[in-house]
Design a protein around this ligand. Structure first.
Ligand code: PEP
Length: 257
């Protein structure tokens, strides 16, 4: 059984002044071995955050599918590894919505990350309209079917799959809105995702972590993190201060004891 994985997504927030928050998170994480703690800052802070941290992992929020080339403004997975990142979030709903990222592109990005030696967190989640239409599980299943690593990249990972790949279930309507999915809804969706992961990957599919994301905070983290098949949390707004993020990390410890 893997440790709970608590990942902060700073989105397009943060300047060097915020490294103080990261250092405080890092100091606390060093004393909380029961939880794997990570932060994905904007590209501009990856190097500095990596140098300021010893206990937390540092990741990116996106990568290009190619390793290098004429792609002005983009950053490749090998460049992220060179900057000190150890994982990449791919397919976040804000990327899917703002940049028109398709499932196929998300899969290609996951492949690029894994082939560069990085971990990948593949994000999926339904909109409110899709949930209200009773299509949430079908939408997420289709996203997973199109976005998950497969083929040679998957085969090359072998037994390392559960350490290198995670899935984040993030209902779009819960991200940054203060609306949180019910524990019952999260449990049902995570069970469906687990079944699909086992169908796709066999035994390793039963081990990789499925994170919940969407307005996780100090008040709701314990209930969400104790739900069946919830292996951690992807946290946006509440990851921006050490105080609010560490409260979530602590809730994961309690759940793990
Ligand atoms: C996210 O950005 O992945 C997220 C879940 O944001 P928030 O926690 O702010 O809803």
């Amino acid at each position: 059984m893997q440790r709970p994985y608590i990942v902060g997504n700073w989105k397009m927030n943060g300047s060097r002044a915020m490294l103080a928050e990261a250092r405080a998170i890092d100091r606390a994480a060093a004393r909380i071995a029961a939880v794997e703690v990570a932060i994905a800052p904007p590209f501009t802070l990856i190097s500095a955050l990596g140098e300021a941290s010893t206990a937390i992992a540092v990741g990116a929020q996106d990568c290009h599918v190619a390793a290098s080339g004429a792609h002005t403004g983009d950053i490749s997975a090998p460049m992220l590894a060179d900057a000190g990142a150890s994982f990449v979030i791919v397919g976040h709903s804000e990327r899917r919505a703002d940049h028109g990222e398709s499932d196929a592109l998300v899969r290609a990005k996951a492949h690029a990350a894994l082939e560069a030696g990085l971990g990948a967190i593949v994000c999926v989640g339904e909109t409110l309209a899709e949930r209200e239409a009773g299509r949430a599980e079908d939408v997420v299943a289709a996203q997973l079917g199109g976005s998950l690593p497969n083929g040679e990249t998957f085969a090359a990972l072998g037994e390392r799959l559960p350490e290198r790949l995670a899935v984040a279930y993030e209902p779009v309507w819960a991200i940054g809105t203060g609306k949180v999915a019910t524990v019952a809804d999260v449990t049902a969706m995570h069970a469906a995702i687990r079944a699909q992961l086992i169908a796709a990957y066999g035994e390793p599919g039963s081990e990789l972590r499925i994170l919940y994301g969407g307005s996780v905070n100090a008040g709701n983290a314990a209930a969400l993190l104790s739900a069946h098949e919830v292996g951690g949390a992807l946290v946006g707004g509440a990851s921006l201060t050490a105080e609010s993020f560490l409260a979530i990390v602590s809730a994961a410890v309690r759940d793990n004891e």
